[in-house]
Design a protein around this ligand. Structure first.
Ligand code: SPQ
Length: 428
């Protein structure tokens, strides 16, 4: 585990950037490419560790996947192209890989074993295992299938009607993948909208899924056709530069080809609410919405973040907390208990690490309260193996008066391997 010293104090950031491809969409493009019949060509795929774990799992499941500098080519042979793996499937640090694969493997006629790293071993899998079991899935694991390693004996699944008890795109997607293999119509009730990349991709691969209000209906036994996928820039990665541009002095950053799917753009709403100097230009696109966002140094004020906004910015809360330390007044983040189930407990890690830099921040049972505007100091902090905490602390160093020493910066490679190179390109 390494350590890096960040001395970015008072740097001005200027320039144009295209952040790497969206992580959620990259995972799903491999999954649908593998399940489809024929060739799928994916451009602007995120070669972060999480998505490489998804590729490695599907290769072990017998799918031919080629990698060039520009493209990933998946040679799908339909649902039956997936074969019983002779090796353990390792999802690494990726919750998306683990949970979505469970939905796929539950209905395949073979046995498989799924593991992940230390962080995955602590994240709840029962939120997926319980509904899949109601469909007939046979999954065993530690504490009654709550934790990895998980062993899956694929079987015939039956359709069901299920109301999501948590706002989670991963739970929704796992049930959709199971529903796609079940007899009849599976209906999922989603009280709060979550990212809809799985639904969009079903349409892109020639399948059907219907949304009616908060009800999603998916019919079983669908056949997908391989296609071309362009993955837009990840708004969750762009968020670090949006905040950097808003809080660093005399800065202006333009982010091209950024994903603007409305289920993901909560960060833009919060930046607007806080008074950020920002321009959004949407562009014509097939499938996923995208466009260009420009942000300049801004005078920010505190705000409240909660309710239906939370699933639209769940992964951006660490960087929003930092943003709030640089805004006048109080920011309240609530209804965000889900943060406790991410790579780390992101309520505790955000609060503890930002406190070490002098932030006025306190944890609440479902979020945090931040009082600004606070000058940050240097200090020794850690990513705790969580990529989003690592990037947030690196951006914090832009407004810290002294050096920030960051433990375990390697974690950032999970979603953004070129993060530091991109940050350095914007320095003046
Ligand atoms: O894949 P993983 O590890 O769960 O990644 C995270 C992240 O910060 O990158 C969460 F820790 O993103 C999730 C996100 O929080 C990715 C995701 C998806 O692609 O469907 C959905 C969200 O999780 P959930 O549990 O709310 O469905």
């Amino acid at each position: 585990m390494g350590r890096t010293t960040l001395n970015f104090s008072n740097k001005t950031l200027n320039g144009t950037l295209e952040v790497p491809g969206d992580k959620s969409i990259s995972h799903r493009s491999i999954m649908f490419g593998a399940l489809a019949e024929g060739k799928t060509v994916i451009r602007h795929f995120l070669k972060g560790e999480d998505c490489l774990s998804t590729i490695s799992c599907f290769r072990k499941l017998g799918v031919k996947i080629e990698e060039t500098d520009e493209e990933i080519i998946v040679h799908g042979e339909g649902w039956n192209g997936l074969k019983e793996p002779v090796a353990i499937l390792d999802a690494g640090n990726s919750g998306t890989t683990t949970r979505l694969l469970l939905g796929i493997l539950a209905g395949r006629p073979f046995h498989s074993v799924l593991i992940g790293d230390e962080s995955i071993a602590k994240r709840p899998m029962d939120r997926v295992v319980v509904p899949l079991s109601q469909m007939g899935a046979r999954i065993a694991g530690r504490e009654n299938g709550k934790y990895t390693p998980l062993s899956i004996q694929g079987t015939n699944l039956s359709a069901m009607r299920y109301e999501l008890p948590v706002a989670s795109a991963q739970v929704k997607s796992a049930i959709i993948f199971a529903g796609l293999q079940a007899e009849g119509d599976t209906v999922i009730i989603e009280p709060q909208p979550t990212r809809d990349h799985t639904e969009k991709m079903i349409a892109q691969f020639g399948g059907t899924i219907v949304r009616n209000g908060d009800e999603i209906t998916v019919t079983g036994n669908q056949v997908f056709k391989g296609t071309d996928v362009y993955v837009p820039g990840d708004i969750s990665s762009a968020a670090f530069f949006l905040v950097a541009g808003a809080i660093a002095p005399n800065s202006a950053i333009t982010l091209k080809n950024t994903g603007l799917n409305p289920t993901r753009t909560g960060i833009l709403d919060v930046l607007k609410q806080m008074g950020a100097n920002m321009v959004i230009e949407e562009e014509e696109a097939v499938g996923e919405e995208k466009g260009t966002v420009t942000i300049r140094t801004s005078n920010l004020s505190g705000t409240e973040v909660g309710g239906d906004l939370i699933p639209r910015l769940i992964d951006e809360i660490p960087i929003i907390a930092l943003l709030a330390t640089q805004a006048e007044g109080t920011t309240i983040i609530k209804d965000a208990e889900e943060l406790k189930h991410k790579e780390t407990n992101r309520i505790d890690t955000v609060v503890n690490e930002l406190k070490k830099l002098g932030a006025n921040i306190e944890a609440t049972p479902d979020g945090m309260i931040i009082h600004g505007k606070t000058p940050l100091s240097g200090g020794s902090v850690s990513s705790h193996g969580d990529h989003r905490i690592g990037m947030m602390l690196a951006v914090a160093s832009l407004v810290s008066s002294g050096d920030v020493i960051l433990e375990n910066p390697e974690a950032i490679a999970v979603s953004y391997p070129e993060f530091f190179q991109d940050l350095e390109r914007l320095y003046e």
